[in-house]
Design a protein around this ligand. Sequence first.
Ligand SMILES: C[S@@+](CC[C@H](N)C(=O)[O-])C[C@H]1O[C@@H](n2cnc3c(N)ncnc32)[C@H](O)[C@@H]1O
Length: 235
Amino acid sequence: MIHRRQATRNRTGWTSTVPNELSELFIAFSASAAGPVLDIGAAFGVATIPALAAGAIVLANDSDPGHLAELAGLTPPEFRPRLRLLPGRFPGDLELPAQSLAAVHASNVLHFLTSGELEAGFQKIADWLEPGGRLFVQAGTPYQQPFAAFVPVYEARAATGEAWPGWVEDTRAISTHKKLHQIPQSLHLLDEAVLSRLVRSAGLRIERLWTYRRHDLPRSMHLDGREGVALVAYT
Ligand SMILES: C[S@@+](CC[C@H](N)C(=O)[O-])C[C@H]1O[C@@H](n2cnc3c(N)ncnc32)[C@H](O)[C@@H]1O
């Protein structure tokens, strides 16, 4: 399989052209979902379009309406009646009925949220999921080559019990990666402890939580095999 990445239009990193392992779990779950599923930060549809192909009704969200326009253009016409576009920034701009979703997918988007947005966002997701619904999250950890200089800072913060040890105020101060202009100034690198606390405070339960190297991660990001953190949670 050839893995490529595509730059986002709004400098929020890159999206993949193939679903990562966590997105594959969301797509498989979508095949049997009776209710709609939500893809937060859908970009050009790397997970949305396969979920539509699996038969789901998909609400595709993105803060950049241009991404969603491209996604709609890439969606085969026969799937379009089951695609709903929800432009806006999660969590503030998104309002959905309680217990209206079978699944929520957030892959490589939670890094762009502050601590307050993460807490509000997990509460919203817990409210939107129907009983038995699932949350699928993939996020980058501090253990990525461009952020290697930040690892000791992160580990010291985590050791002293800081609540948000992966918050990077200024990526330019901790990395000299040549493509930093393609990511925002501040970034929220995540880990198992923070995700598990967010899940539990929102009243969700953890089904699986693990670190790994996703198969579509560019070689230049490889550090030690813990580059990504993935979560499956349920109501
Ligand atoms: C790095 S891409 C990831 C895309 C895709 N989910 C994937 O796994 O490859 C991040 C996407 O999230 C969108 N985004 C960033 N912050 C967002 C927010 N707060 N709410 C909704 N979308 C957001 C960006 O516009 C971009 O399309």
